[in-house]
Ligand binder design. Sequence first.
Ligand SMILES: *Cc1c(COP(=O)(O)O)cnc(C)c1O
Length: 430
Amino acid sequence: MSKDTYHFDTLQIHAGTHPDPATGARQTPIYQNTAYVFKDAAHAAALFDLKEVGYIYSRLTNPTVSALQERIATLEGGVGAVCCSSGHSAQIMALLPLLQPGDNIIASNRLYGGSVNQLSNMIHKFGWSATFVDFDNVDHISKAANANTKAIFCESISNPGGHVTDIPAISTVAKSLKIPLIVDNTSATPYLFKPFDHGANIITHSTTKYLSGNGTSMGGAVVDNGTFDWSKTDKFPSLTKPEKGYHGLKFHETFGPMAFTFYGIAISLRDLGMAMAPQHAFQTLLGIETLSLRMKRHVENTETISQWLENDKRVGTVNYAGLKSSKYAALVKRLYPKGAGGLLTFTIKGGYESCVKFVESVEIFSHVANLGDTRSLVIHPASTTHRQLTTKQQELSGASPDLVRLSVGIEDAGDLIRDIDKALSKASIK
Ligand SMILES: *Cc1c(COP(=O)(O)O)cnc(C)c1O
């Protein structure tokens, strides 16, 4: 598939897939299969030595998952992608080739709540740490960095606060520190924002969200655009020094721009084992076929609803970067010409109790810990996803106790507004 000549709407349907060579089946088969027959002993040896690319065992590669990997890499403009079992495993896969025990990353203090937990607690078990700073002020990033800082991590549009990160500015900092910029592009999707066009080096996704789109399948992806020169410094020994697990093979020297992607398959998936199930890859491929159509509608509905909420007296502040009143309006105009996504938050004047009543009173909106579904979803972060965080961390990540997040679906906008209106009436403390 010629990546240069086809547009997004064509690539989201065709990239990575072909009629099945065995049967002519037009839709990608679900290769519900664990192991692949070797042609002979020499073929097996070549595959195990990474001298030949092919299928060995589905913990490493599976044809349905490979089709999805190629589609996501194409849509993001990367040289390779590795899919895995969830967005959280994608984040570990993004860091594993870069960090040694004692190393750290600088992360935005506005991240998905689960990512804050993962990066502030769990990664200590690997001997890694994260320093969280406010990415609205890029000086904070370089000030927090030291000789052991190996990456910068942020979300393009951050969940749940609807903050927009100035990726071009952050990428300038990453370049000056000679470390890669990793962008979690889950909330924006490659339809609304292409991090590689703005200086990012690696992209992570929770494909669980907009890419699959139906709330059916957990999944993650790590994409690399192959432009970071791992050998330029001695900061990244996993990619440049001999790898014991492969007879002293050096990933960057051997695979060049594909080094990061091959490491993801040959080391991360092989040894950590967070493989994506073929059924999930299939459902995610189906979802991506309509990504642009859905994102357009998510944006339209979110713009309509956020404007309506801004004029409602029961509501305090409305945070949606797509609003003219947003402090991110200029940044959105520059970086997000197709809109600022489908997530918004707002505060209810009645506070914590009113928020709880609101989420219990909506009918069309489902009260769930998820986003990016065709269905409209609602959550009160302070009593759910951000419950484990301190009040200060909650406020910093845009999840104060009086705040509700909507993941606006693709239903009829008028119906959604009537639902919100009724629930606000029930929630307002008399
Ligand atoms: C959901 C989410 C994740 C984690 O993904 P899972 O698939 O749930 O593991 C990471 N980042 C963002 C922005 C998310 O919304």
